[in-house]
Design a protein around this ligand. Structure first.
Ligand code: LFR
Length: 500
């Protein structure tokens, strides 16, 4: 219905937002209503979600939406980053505090899992690359640590599932977020019971899976009362593509055939939309995952440690008393000399939080390269290195894709970094289309519109997105210089591979 409003809740690494998507028939208007920090809380060695704070901020956002749009608010959908979860007891109480994935409890878990089941077998069953934070490894660490919560639990809910449950009273595991866990079979769409069994994780903790775009139910009455919803208001809680990357990719202005995407945020997720999973040993060896998407698509992608490098530099300098904006950081990077050094953004050295500028310098020193000295130089190395890494992944993607990849669509907060966009076009040698910045919220909204029947398909949603957002295209320059730079990273990565 024209004028109706869908609320997208998007929980990202640095902030959470409640965004309104107003459906105007021919177009969509996106307005950010509320933003709040999604800070993690560290206690001892553990790192947790501040889940009650986040939930109360979501309610605050909904109540702001009701003040602004009244009964035009028709639905709400939640997406978060992947892999994190909470346990519920048989009465639906949350047990314990959900951990944040950068918690060190997963150290050694990949190795333990591989002892219980060959990595090739796990991949053939789940299609997910062995990243340190996968839910499988998190749950395995609990098994090893005494299993108290798991034993008391009757159900696992991923974080968006948990928020949906609190909002609607309905428990369900939504498919896209479940598929990040490394516990779901990408071909049949069922839980990978064989994997769970081999890991000693009880299968009964995993429940019904719903498709993205399912109306779970109305907002609970008690929730409506708490936030002062007008009498007669009727808000549906929709399970959207509740993994943020699933929503980001759904929210692209892509036409049929434009398969390649880069979802650019804390992580850079570079991949293609495919019709079926690729579960070969080669896909595993090259570090690809098959994540379930909206509209029955598979996202064949790899995780690159993305703007995290730049975000963590910013955090370090802020702690030293210098607050730099992202725009300022891009500017000083662009002013610094080019191609001085290259780092592998996925080196384990960069995975944990803490003094990123020092780590980048350390990496350059250890690999016998010029060590950057100024902030601009450090950021230039980080930015060029990201683009070079994209190229290495791009070459592999091309070999897996049965159609040529003629362009790349970059979406998400990172697509505001025009210097990085230009470096990416140069490194890849194809046109890069940047936008929308708000792809995740837009994809979340579009999936709600489909769930409530305002539009009929993902394609129709993307037509709507194309009519509603501006994009900017970057064309490749200086390609021969860039290919020399990319080769420096390629040989660095290969020499490090052969050392391990
Ligand atoms: C992006 C993302 C990635 C996932 C990583 C950890 O925000 O969701 O897709 O691999 O965060 O959950």
């Amino acid at each position: 219905d024209t004028g109706s409003v869908a609320l997208a809740v998007d929980l990202g690494a640095s902030s959470g937002r409640v965004v309104a998507g107003e459906f105007k028939g021919e177009s969509l208007e996106i307005v950010e209503l509320h933003r709040f920090p999604t800070r993690n809380v560290s206690i001892g060695e553990s790192c947790y979600w501040d889940v009650l704070f986040i939930y109360s901020e979501i309610l605050e956002g909904v109540s702001l939406a009701l003040k602004r749009y009244g009964e035009r608010v028709k639905s709400i959908g939640v997406d978060t980053w992947g892999v994190d979860y909470g346990w519920l007891d048989q009465d639906g109480n949350l047990l314990g505090n959900p951990h944040q994935y950068r918690d060190s409890r997963t150290e050694g878990m990949r190795e333990l899992a591989a002892e219980l089941m060959e990595e090739e077998e796990i991949f053939a069953e789940t299609g997910i690359q062995p990243m340190f934070f996968n839910t499988l490894y998190q749950v395995l660490s609990e098994r090893k640590g005494g299993e108290a919560l798991m034993k008391a639990a009757s159900r696992l809910l991923f974080m968006p599932d948990l928020m949906n449950y609190w909002l609607s009273g309905v428990m369900a595991n939504e498919r896209t977020i479940a598929s990040t866990s490394q516990m779901l079979k990408p071909d049949t769409g069922e839980w990978a019971l064989e994997v769970l069994d081999r890991m000693g994780i009880p299968g009964h903790l995993f429940g019904d899976i719903v498709e993205p775009g399912t109306v779970l139910g109305p907002l609970r009455k008690s929730v409506g009362q708490e936030i002062g919803a007008p009498v007669g208001s009727d808000i549906s809680v929709v399970a959207v593509g509740s993994h943020d990357t699933a929503s980001a990719v759904a929210g692209r202005p892509a036409k049929a055939g434009q398969r390649a995407f880069l979802s650019s945020g804390t992580w850079s997720l570079l991949g293609i939309e495919a019709d079926a999973p690729i579960l070969s040993a080669e896909a595993l060896a090259e570090g690809f995952s098959n994540e379930m998407g909206v509209g029955g698509k598979v996202r064949f992608l790899t995780n690159i440690c993305g703007l995290w490098l730049i975000q963590e530099c910013r955090a370090q300098w802020a702690s030293e008393g210098e607050e730099l904006s992202y725009a300022e950081m891009a500017r000083i990077a662009e002013d610094a000399p080019e191609f001085t050094a290259v780092v592998d953004p996925n080196d384990p050295l960069f995975a944990q939080a803490g003094d990123m500028p020092q780590k980048i310098c350390q990496y350059c020193m250890d690999t016998g390269q010029v060590v950057p000295e100024t902030k601009g130089q450090i950021l230039r190395v980080a930015t060029e290195s990201l683009a070079a890494k994209y190229r290495l992944v791009w070459d592999k993607l091309r070999s897996f894709s049965d159609e040529p990849l003629a362009s790349l669509n970059v979406v998400g907060g990172g697509c505001q970094n025009e210097f990085l966009n230009q470096c990416t076009a140069n490194a890849l040698g194809v046109a890069v289309t940047a936008g929308p910045v708000e792809a995740t919220a837009i994809g979340n909204v579009v999936t709600q519109l489909q769930a409530v029947g305002a539009i009929d398909s993902l394609e129709e949603g993307r037509d709507l997105v194309r009519r509603s957002v501006e994009t900017k295209t970057f064309t490749p320059e200086k390609m021969s210089q860039w290919s020399g730079y990319v080769e420096r990273l390629r040989s660095l990565v290969e020499s490090q591979k052969s050392q391990t």
